[in-house]
Design a protein around this ligand. Structure first.
Ligand SMILES: C[S@@+](CC[C@H](N)C(=O)[O-])C[C@H]1O[C@@H](n2cnc3c(N)ncnc32)[C@H](O)[C@@H]1O
Length: 307
């Protein structure tokens, strides 16, 4: 179905039929018929414009079912990677709940390596949905139109991520490479299809390709942090003790490497304050060294809000 604006354009483009001189009665009849058809089409288009305008969905007129909930190693917005590719070691599981036999909906997904997740930014809090220009959070770059950004605060709080499939068990879809927090409502899942979805010569804005926030290139773990990791590894939910602390250490390195601090925290306090973020059940306490683009994981403790 054409959109309202497209109908309107098409309706405008219907020009009146050209006049013919010395027309035979047959021509006149044809012309009359053509005119009638044009008129009918015009009326039809105008009606369609009215219908399209009347049925335009304005939030909150649209209701959608949540098809499942994400259980994620990220527990809060602070510290969660800005995009899914930034932390391939992060882990999550979608618990599918929609329908009588939700596991049936996953049939066939084993043949794909990655999925798209469409989800609700449920922790956006109060925000101005009509704000059309924003500064992409955490990037500290220029103000851009909301539709040229991936910011969570948008007219419809719907997000799009890609994740790697790690396994399927009944109604559980295990994933890695996640930028979503625990409890995120999932609206849809679709397979990523490289043949159709990958566009090798696609381009992007420079604030994305050359982000204004430099990466943290040197990350070290203090002996105290390593001891705590060893002591707490048995309590991890997403990283099994059998893997040793190496797997979660990769996750911590990847998350810290892209400097997850907010622009405000980075600019106002810089290296002067410790920065903490949560992964799995752990609170990671870091000392930042902005001058040398470095960070030290000073200590690791159980996430205080779980206790
Ligand atoms: C910039 S968004 C990008 C998400 C998705 N890849 C997209 O492009 O739509 C990622 C950030 O959203 C925030 N976030 C993640 N899950 C959220 C949720 N359920 N509600 C609100 N904010 C969330 C986190 O701070 C995370 O760093």
């Amino acid at each position: 179905m054409l959109k309202a604006a497209e109908y309107a354009e098409e309706a405008k483009e219907i020009s009146p039929p050209r006049e013919q001189t010395n027309a035979t009665p047959q021509h006149k009849q044809q012309k009359k018929q053509q005119k009638k058809q044009q008129k009918n089409r015009q009326v039809e288009l105008e009606r369609a414009v009215e219908v399209a305008v009347a049925t335009t969905v304005e939030p909150p007129g649209l209701t959608m079912a949540t098809i499942g909930v994400l259980e994620s190693c990220w527990r809060q917005k602070n510290g969660t990677p800005r995009q899914f590719t930034l932390c391939p070691s992060s882990r999550a599981t979608v618990h599918l709940t929609f329908g009588d036999n939700p596991f049936n909906a996953l049939d066939g997904l084993q043949e794909f390596s990655h999925v798209y997740l469409l989800f609700h930014f449920h922790q956006n809090g109060d925000y101005n949905r009509k704000q059309m220009k924003i500064k992409p959070p955490k990037l500290g770059g220029p103000k851009v139109g909301i539709y040229s950004s991936r910011a969570p605060h948008r007219p419809n709080p719907i997000g799009l991520s890609i994740a790697k499939i790690e396994g399927i068990e009944g109604n559980l879809l295990h994933l890695s490479g996640i930028d979503l927090i625990n409890g995120t409502p999932i609206l849809d899942i679709k397979p990523y299809i490289p043949r159709w979805d990958s566009i090798p010569d696609a381009t992007a804005a420079t604030w994305v390709t050359e982000p204004p926030v430099p990466p943290i290139t040197t990350i070290t773990f203090a002996p105290k942090a390593l001891q705590s990791l060893e002591a707490l590894k048995g309590q991890l939910r997403f990283f099994s003790p059998g893997e040793g602390p190496g797997a979660i250490m990769d996750g911590i390195r990847e998350a810290l490497g892209c400097d997850p601090r907010s622009t405000r925290l980075r600019k106002k306090y810089g290296s002067k304050v410790e920065f903490g973020f949560c992964i799995d059940v752990l609170n990671i306490i870091c000392e930042m060294d902005d001058e040398n683009h470095a960070a030290t994981v000073a200590d690791v403790e159980l996430w205080p809000h779980d206790q």
